[in-house]
Design a binder for this molecule. Sequence first.
Ligand code: KET
Length: 406
Amino acid sequence: MSSILSSILPAPEDPVLSLIFGFRDDPSPVKLNLGAGAYRTEEGKPLVLDVVRRAEQHLANDLSKNKEYPPFSGLPDFNILSAKLILGDDSLALKEKRVVTVQCLSGTGSLRVGAEFLAKHNQQLTVFLPIPTWENHLSIFTMAGLSVNHFRYYDPKSRGLDFKGLLEDLGSAPSGAIVVLQACGHNPTGVDPTLEQWEHIRQIVRSKGLLPFFDSAYQGFASGSLDLDAQAVRMFVADGGECLIAQSYSKNLGLYGERIGALNIVCESENVARIVESQVILVVRPMYLCPPIHGASIVTTILKDSDMYKDWTIELKGMADRIISMRQQLYEAIKARGTPGDWSHIVKHIGMFTFTGLNEEQVRFIAKEYHIYMTYDGRISMASLSSNTVPQLADAIHAAVTRISY
Ligand code: KET
């Protein structure tokens, strides 16, 4: 009998997986994984937020809850509360019922549903991604059938924003093209535009008739404030134009494995929104019928209850502040070692990640000699560091920079 499956070629080696395997197979007791974008406590452990535990207990005790299918677009209360969280309680677009919100499988699922919807309905099938960006963006938009183009974002020299390059590239994008913008805490660089720069970006996006698609994976995780981290999105929504927003609760509520998020599509009128919603459901239904309810029930319980909501904002600020303090500690530890180069970008960057500026050879050296693992582009997750591990990383960076050309 001929085999169909045995002739399949293996997938190309994934750099992230080889990093994970390298870490897994390293027998060193001091090994440290800074590659994964997941929050860790000072003790290096995953964190389940207290408020999440309370919400789960509340749900377990509520015997009126059942396990019926939700609507294709997810739990209605979850959708309304999520839209308010990103757009603000007093959002005019929400009052005018111009926003379609669909509960999706976290940020990734929201991006994918949005990309599939656009591939079917947008006239212009080109999407512009920042250089660099979260590597999964490329696969998500390509697999949905859109053709991917890029715009300049990060300047390796200044380790900051290539603002001029960004404006030039968006300025020459074809009208109707989709532009992916990370709402805050840019992954992998840690570099966000200032509010003033966002305003320029907004003007160019609107004057060229581009369609902004925000990826909001880190709301509250960057500055510690849910409202401050939503400012860029709200600026675009306030001008009355169209946009898409993919929301994730993986990081800000630590619900990584619950796969809970939402896609918001801001339309020009209530009528258009109704039609858009009917079409988004046609994307969702043949893919997974409807989303799972547990994660959405946790989020809804917290967003509905003012005490729980308040407690969440305190825990969230605690996580963001710990990350910010890791930045300061790492910067000072590197400075104390007299490591060559300017390392101030570590404290200037924001959010979960920092682009250290280390090259691939240095990253491999650090893994081999210091048992610290990061992605080959030199990205480290600040959220996986602790006061105990900062000296180990500072030693490793110092050795890599002084021994291998920088
Ligand atoms: N957008 C960005 C920018 C992002 O960094 C992630 C995850 C996501 C969306 C999707 O997350 P979700 O859990 O689907 O809501 N980033 C981390 C996860 C990963 O790639 O493994 C990371 O970069 O490490």
